[in-house]
Each structure stands twice: as structure tokens, then as C-alpha cells.
Design a protein around this ligand. Structure first.
Ligand code: M6R
Length: 608
């Protein structure tokens, strides 16, 4: 997830581009760049690090004269954060410049094709492919080039484009990645999010999927993917700027929860090709995967909970033994690591001190390491032997939601890859697994759409003192994450328990009205967990059950039921966690807590 801005009008473009980017910096911040047409050529300036570096380099835009241009603040996905990978990207003769958000899923194929036609690439990005592809189709009409390129590109993209030969126009394109157009008094703008244009206009057009906007100083014309002109109505924005930076959501956490369908797609889709799981960055041949004797998953907090789920999925699908450790424990317990073991470190930030130390410990012992990391170029990403990125984009809220969901997806893909290599699943099973995986975004969206019922329920528990989360197997892993979400943002004491363990002590804490959230998604264990629910209720607990559609039996045992759509039992975490996230969020809001920045916590824990 990155930020895009574009401008064409009466004023100097560069200062407006920099100002717009500053409002989008939360979307990505490892490098930034702008391209401005100076009357003769398209000039590009880029700088790694925060936007401040680019502002200094260009003297707040003063060194880049011109009245049209595009800009970008980057969150690296393809290629490390560096000057050469920063946007904008040019075509060969620098007559076209492009900025891009999203992922061009077939970029490898396109790159090969374009290299075959003589194009020379300078970056590792998927975006550069767009610039070369546009050049290939450009025969004097930019719109024709854009529509032709759109027919070739797969994946998600929001693009800002300028053509040297048509410098009186700025183009914007959208497919599955947000893009808006602002109609200002002295010029027109494009942006990936509203706050970038609010200083100049409140009259905004939302570009829909597979639509194109062509902006001139005076006006804006919209087209569909076939190049036919289409009509659009503007919207007047009445949000205040702070709210708009959250895309209109009250909190980053809510926004990030709502980004989960897209996050899942971004982490999943580029890695499924022709019915196969392809994890290029894994760099492990089937023989090497087969030789793995044991996997150690090491992480902290929610990433650890994702690891607990992974144990069930890896062991179940790939029949490889998995140990899951808290990083803070792993590093000091002198773990037994053997030559053919693989250590997987999971981390959103890639900077968590204990996880990084665990990685170094494993490496020092000569063990192969793999990072599942969100922040590109972070310490864990750099130091692990291999890295598989979760493409969740920047996560601002301290309580992780979308990055956790992306971690689950990365694990599912890895487990399937391992299972295929180790021959522990049939081709038919893989087909079914991939089919179910691809349904997840839509199913998550549907669960998010039912927030009203959860909000209503959450309002009843604002004053709760203790809440318990219980489940068996993968449901226990889901309970752990549900419990952490609640306690970290609402300050309500909560605990997760393996449902079968309750009778060994914890059930003594149950009083009249104590809320217990029971996660019941593992069909083979329905009956066992339902017995535990009955025991809890007979001691006064109020039981909220999260279960699969169709498990009507549960209605006789639980007090309140939330159904999740049917999926493969390995993947239920991705769905069951959604109502639990929403529940925690609404309890926190109801209590008036600082949802995005809960007390005593930090987004990235860089100390032990
Ligand atoms: O950046 P990491 O994934 O390594 O962070 C690990 C934990 O600090 C993190 O998951 C933490 O538990 C979150 N606040 C949970 O919402």
C-alpha cells in the first residue's frame, strides 16, 4: 500500500505533490519520488527514507519547475526500499512516467515478454513493467496505450501516468486499488486517498474499477476500459482532514479490519498460478523441503498466535512436526535445533527485538531460517536466509488485524507447498484447498458486513471484568488471538483456554453472567466443546459461540451464536477471528478507550 498524488493546473506542481504526499505518508514511507514535466522533458527526483528527504532534495519542490506531475510515497513490495526501486518509473526513453499502488501479479511474465522486445529494466519492481508496456502500445494516443496495457495487466493497480508528448494531461487508472480525482479551482488532482486533495478541493470523483481519468488544467474526462467516455457525478467531501486520513473510518483499527479482504487477496493471489502454489521467494526446491525434519515457529504476540494455528495446518497437511515458541522464551531456553530443522520467524514489523534475537540465535547455530514479515527491508526480512512477505501494507493501529490475517494466509500457502512437495496431499485435495482459500476474501467481507449485530452485543459487555475465550485445536489458537485483541484495546481482563483444560482449575472463576466466547469450528470436536459449553453454562456463564454455518446443534447449548461461512477446517481462523476483532473493537469504543494507541503499548516492540 503506497500513496499516489498527481496535479495539473496553474500552480507549480512539485510543492502540491509534496504536500499531497505528506498527507499520505502513513500509507507507505520507505521512499518517495515525484515526476514533473518542465516544458521540455519529464524530470524525476527520488529519495529513500521519509518524505522529508525528498522535500530537502528538491528544496520543497522549488528545483522542479512545471505545472503537471505525479508523485508517490512507497511501501516496498517488489524490490527493497531503494532509490532505484522508488517510483516514478520511466519507460526506456523517459517519455512516460508512472506511479503505482497495488501488485501486477503477472509482472514476471510481462517483464520477460518486454525484455524479449529489447526493453531494459533498471529496477526490481513490478511497476516498471507498466511504463514499458505503455511505451510498447503508445502510437500517439495515450488513451489507447492505457487501455491496451490494462488488458494485459493482472492484479491490482492504481496508476498515475504522464506522457511527455501529451504533457497537458495527467492520467489516472484504477483496478482494485483506490484512486480519486479532485476538481480544484486552479487545477485538478489525482490521489490514492482523499486527504491528499482536501487542501485544494472538496469536490471529488471516485474512480471505479477499470476506469480511467484524463485530467487537464480545465477539466476531467472519464473513460471505461474500452476507451469509451463515461459520465460521473462528483461527491462533496465534508469530513475533517483527520478523519479522512483514516479513509473516513473512525479509527485505523476499523479501517484495517475492513482492508482484510484486500490484504488476503494481495498475499494470496500472486502466489497461486495455474492451480499451483508458487512461492518464488522461498527458493527451496522440493528436495530441500522434503529434507526438513522439524519446523520451529518463533514469534511474539499475535504473530505467535498465527504460529500456533500454523502448527495444526503444517502438521495436518504436510505431516511435518512443528514446535511453536514465544521468541522471548526460545532465545533463552537453549532449544534443541538440528541440522535439517527450519526456523520460521513471524513478524509484522520485522523489528521485534525478541524475534530478531531468536532469528540470530538460530542462524548462529547454522539452522536455515525463513521470515514471514510484513515490513519490507526490516531487520528480520534482511537477516533471515529467506523471506516471504505478507503484503498487508502499513498497519498503523497497535492492535494487529490485517497483518495477522495476512500471516495466516502466508502460512496456509507454505503448508500447502510443503504438503505438495512431501506428497502428503493429492492433487484433488490441493484443488479444493486453493478453491476454499480463494473464497476467503468474499467471506471475510460478508462477516464484516454483519458488524451491526456484534456491535449491539459488544455494547452489553462494556462493563465486563473478566472474559474467557475457549476452544479446542485450531479453535484454541483463535481463542488466544481473540483474547489478546480484547485485553489490549479494552483493558478488560481476558484469558484463552483450551476448552478441555477448564475443568483443571479455571472453571472455578466462572460466576453468574461471566462472558465466555467459545470458538467451535472444528467439526470433529463439536461434541466435545459443546459439552464444555454446557458445563460452563451450568455454572452461570453466558456463552457466545462462534461456529460454522449449519451447526444448529449449538443453539441448544449457547446463549448467543455467530455463524461463519463454511470453509476448509484448516482455514476457519481467517473467518472466526473477524467477529472477535469486531467485538473487541466495539467494546473498546464503548468504553471510550484509545483504540489505535492503547495504553502502555507500542506498535513495534524493539526492546526485550
Ligand atoms: O511486529 P510483530 O509481529 O513482531 O509484533 C509482535 C507483537 O508485538 C504484536 O503482534 C502484538 O502482540 C500486537 N499488539 C497484537 O495486536
Amino acid at each position: 500500500m503506497c500513496g499516489i498524488v498527481g496535479y495539473i493546473g496553474e500552480a507549480q506542481a512539485a510543492p502540491i505533490l509534496l504536500d499531497g504526499l505528506s498527507k499520505l505518508e502513513y500509507r507507505g514511507y520507505d521512499s518517495a519520488g515525484i515526476a514533473v514535466y518542465d516544458g521540455e522533458e519529464i524530470r524525476v527526483q527520488k529519495a529513500t527514507g521519509r518524505l522529508k528527504a525528498l522535500s530537502e532534495l528538491t528544496h520543497d519542490g522549488a528545483t522542479m519547475p512545471g505545472v503537471s506531475g505525479i508523485g508517490h510515497t512507497r511501501w516496498a513490495t517488489h524490490g527493497a526500499p531503494s532509490n532505484v526501486n522508488a517510483h516514478p518509473h520511466y519507460n526506456q526513453d523517459k517519455t512516460i512516467a508512472v506511479v503505482h499502488n497495488g501488485i501486477i501479479e503477472n509482472y514476471m511474465k510481462l517483464r520477460k515478454y518486454l525484455e524479449g522486445k529489447g526493453c531494459q529494466f533498471v529496477s526490481e519492481t513490478d511497476t516498471e513493467v507498466v511504463a514499458h508496456l505503455l511505451a510498447r502500445y503508445y502510437k500517439g494516443d495515450p488513451l489507447e496505450a492505457v487501455t491496451k496495457a490494462m488488458h494485459r495487466m493482472e492484479g491490482s493497480y492504481a496508476l498515475g501516468i504522464i506522457f511527455k508528448d501529451h504533457a497537458d494531461k495527467v492520467y489516472a487508472v484504477r483496478k482494485d486499488s483506490p484512486m480519486i480525482v479532485g476538481h480544484g479551482k486552479d487545477g485538478n488532482l489525482i490521489a490514492s486517498d482523499v486527504p491528499a486533495v482536501l487542501k485544494y478541493t472538496r469536490k471529488v470523483y471516485f474512480i471505479q474499477n477499470e476506469e480511467i481519468a484524463a485530467l487537464t488544467k480545465e477539466g476531467i474526462t472519464f473513460f471505461n476500459v474500452d476507451g469509451d467516455e463515461i459520465a460521473k457525478e462528483p461527491t462533496t467531501i465534508d469530513w475533517d482532514v483527520n478523519a479522512a486520513e483514516k479513509g473516513g473510518y473512525e479509527h485505523f483499527m476499523l479501517k484495517e479490519m475492513y482492508e482484510q479482504p484486500q490484504t488476503v487477496k494481495d498475499t494470496l493471489n500472486p502466489r497461486i498460478r495455474d492451480g499451483e502454489v508458487v512461492i518464488e521467494e522461498l527458493g527451496m526446491e522440493d528436495g530441500e523441503i522434503c529434507a526438513v525434519n522439524r519446523i520451529h515457529i518463533v514469534a511474539c504476540g499475535s504473530a505467535y498466535h498465527a504460529g500456533v494455528t500454523a502448527k495444526y495446518v503444517f502438521e495436518g497437511l504436510a505431516r511435518v512436526p512443528v514446535e511453536v515458541d514465544l521468541a522471548s522464551e526460545f532465545r533463552y531456553r537453549n532449544p534443541i535445533l538440528q541440522q535439517d530443522d527450519l526456523v520460521i520467524i513471524i513478524s509484522q514489523s520485522g523489528e521485534t527485538a525478541d524475534s530478531l534475537a531468536a532469528l540470530r540465535e538460530a542462524k548462529a547455530r547454522g539452522i536455515k531460517t525463513l521470515g514471514i514479515v510484513n515490513v519490507v527491508g526490516s531487520s528480520i526480512a534482511r537477516e533471515a536466509d529467506r523471506v516471504m512477505y505478507t503484503w498487508a501494507g502499513p498497519e498503523i493501529a497497535v492492535a494487529t488485524t490485517k497483518a495477522y490475517s495476512a500471516q495466516l494466509i502466508a502460512e496456509y500457502l507454505l503448508a500447502i507447498k510443503f504438503a505438495q512437495a512431501r506428497n502428503t496431499v493429492s492433487a484433488q485435495e490441493v484443488e479444493g484447498l486453493l478453491r476454499d482459500l480463494q473464497k476467503l476474501p468474499e467471506q471475510i467481507e460478508m462477516l464484516l458486513g454483519n458488524k451491526g449485530r456484534i456491535q449491539h452485543f459488544a455494547n452489553r459487555y462494556i462493563a465486563a471484568k473478566d472474559v474467557f475465550f475457549v476452544g479446542r485445536g485450531i479453535d484454541y489458537a483463535i481463542s488466544m488471538e481473540g483474547s489478546l485483541k480484547l485485553k489490549e484495546i479494552s483493558y478488560i481482563h481476558s484469558e484463552a483456554y483450551a476448552a478441555g483444560e477448564l475443568k483443571h482449575g479455571t472453571i472455578s472463576l466462572i460466576e453468574e453472567g461471566t462472558l465466555v466466547a467459545a470458538v467451535v469450528t472444528q467439526e470433529e470436536l463439536y461434541k466435545k466443546t459443546i459439552s464444555n459449553i454446557v458445563e460452563l453454562r451450568s455454572r452461570g456463564a453466558f456463552v457466545l459461540a462462534v461456529t460454522n454455518t449449519g451447526n444448529r446443534e449449538i443453539e441448544k447449548a449457547a446463549d448467543y451464536v455467530i455463524y461463519i461461512p463454511q470453509t476448509n477446517w484448516y482455514f476457519t481462523n481467517s473467518l472466526a477471528i473477524i467477529p472477535l476483532q469486531l467485538f473487541s473493537y466495539y467494546v473498546s469504543v464503548g468504553k471510550g478507550c484509545d483504540v489505535d494507541k492503547p495504553r502502555n503499548l507500542a506498535k513495534s516492540v524493539t526492546v526485550e
